[in-house]
Design a protein around this ligand. Structure first.
Ligand code: BGC
Length: 394
């Protein structure tokens, strides 16, 4: 028998994007520079031209009944040269925020989503001990000029994912493979979050500030294998726990990004997922894990927002059930007392998927990159019903 699963009153229903992935022409950042130098295989170019089409995109958000939106401000646009802040770009983001407010859509602003100004990269980026201070200067400007329009703040997106790509695997800018630098970057992110938290709260004592933490449910591939159990626990500690623990006193809520789980084996490649149901880029679809992660995160005793959750699915074959099943497990956690207050699907629209270029399609809305036409996929309409009703039928 079908059941109606009600979500809490004032639940946030939204979707998320990031500046470099959707805006286009982010000519002052390090990804752009690496793209031009062919250090990366794909170029972001005009991306979704969201920089010029945000009004149209926000109309779509509204028509899809979403009441919140997460997006990022591009630091390199705001501060293209060290210490020089571009008034025109600040004005641009004011208009973007006002366009959301006008439509009564709550705003969640990410201050840093993987890309850096070129000048910042030149001085050593996040491995430089001054990095947190540089970041804070930029945050201060945003708080002063735009803070009155921001409902939720995300200081840093997925510190571990960036460290893995940029400082361990070396396949993302700045293409390093250096464990010492990786540790410095980790510590500088902690510092940057803490100082930004203070800066925001000095001006807005009631502000809601967090990070977006990528979390993965780690488990041994073979339950009886003690070694795999141990590795899974260690990865859980370093990947899911440590960063949040370090900033626990500077968190008004917890933002998490969940995509897939990790089943650990003790020989390379160290991960062995059951590839029964996978997305277009091979990520296992495993909704149960979000329940376990929420139960673990409830120990921090803060409200939780899912700031990203989604899949690459060009044919829209799995997205509807993906949304339904993840929301089912989120609801189960809520019923058991976990304080989840919002869900942002990744992504509002197809976009530039970093080193993989434009081929993975994460969008609720399909983009025709030739004409820049937007077309909501059937799953977007399914999600729109949930957003409107504030309940899920399962
Ligand atoms: C990132 C997004 C990315 C998504 C899908 C997250 O790691 O925050 O920028 O597009 O996952 O890979």
């Amino acid at each position: 028998m079908k059941k109606i699963l009600n979500f809490p009153k004032n639940f946030l229903w939204g979707s998320a994007t990031s500046s470099h992935q959707v805006e286009g022409n982010n000519t002052h950042n390090d990804w752009w520079k690496a793209e031009q130098a062919k250090e990366l295989k794909f170029k972001s170019g005009k991306a979704c031209d969201h920089y010029n089409r945000y009004e149209q995109d926000f109309d779509l958000i509204k028509s899809l009944n979403q009441n919140a939106h997460r997006f990022s401000i591009e630091w390199a646009r705001i501060e293209p040269e060290k210490g020089k802040f571009d008034k025109k770009e600040i004005e641009h983001y004011r208009k973007v925020l006002l366009a959301l407010k006008k439509r009564k859509i709550k705003t969640m602003v990410t201050l840093w989503h993987f890309t850096n100004p070129i000048w910042f990269e030149k001085i050593g980026g996040w491995s430089n001990k001054e990095s947190a201070d540089c970041f804070e200067r930029y945050v201060k400007i945003i708080v002063e000029k735009l803070g009155y329009l921001v409902d939720f703040w995300v200081t840093i997106n997925e510190p571990h994912v960036y460290i893995r790509g940029g400082y361990m695997a070396g396949n993302w800018p700045p293409f390093k493979n250096n464990p010492i630098k990786a540790i410095n970057v980790f510590n500088n992110f902690v510092k940057a979050h803490k100082v930004s938290y203070k800066t925001i709260h000095n001006k807005y004592p009631k502000a809601k500030v967090s990070i977006s933490k990528a979390v993965s449910h780690t488990e041994p591939a073979r339950k009886q294998c003690i070694l795999e159990k141990l590795i899974a626990l260690l990865i859980h500690y370093f990947y899911n726990h440590l960063f949040l623990k370090k900033i626990e006193n500077e968190l008004d809520y917890i933002g998490i990004n969940y995509y897939t789980r990790s089943r650990i084996i003790f020989y390379p490649p160290f991960k062995k997922n059951l590839d029964k149901k996978i997305s277009d880029i091979g990520w296992e679809i495993y909704p149960q894990a979000i329940y376990h992660l929420l139960k673990y995160l409830s120990k921090f005793e803060k409200p939780i927002y899912i700031t990203e959750n989604g899949l690459a699915d060009a044919q829209d074959k799995h997205r509807k059930n993906f949304i339904k099943d993840h929301l089912f497990y989120i609801h189960k956690a809520i019923e058991e007392g976990v304080d989840v207050q919002g869900y942002f699907h990744w992504s509002l629209m197809d976009n530039f998927e970093w080193a993989l270029g434009f081929s993975p399609k994460f969008g609720l809305i399909e983009i025709d990159y030739k004409t820049m036409k937007r077309k909501p996929r059937p799953s977007a309409n399914y999600y729109a019903k949930i957003c409107k009703n504030n309940y899920l039928i399962k």
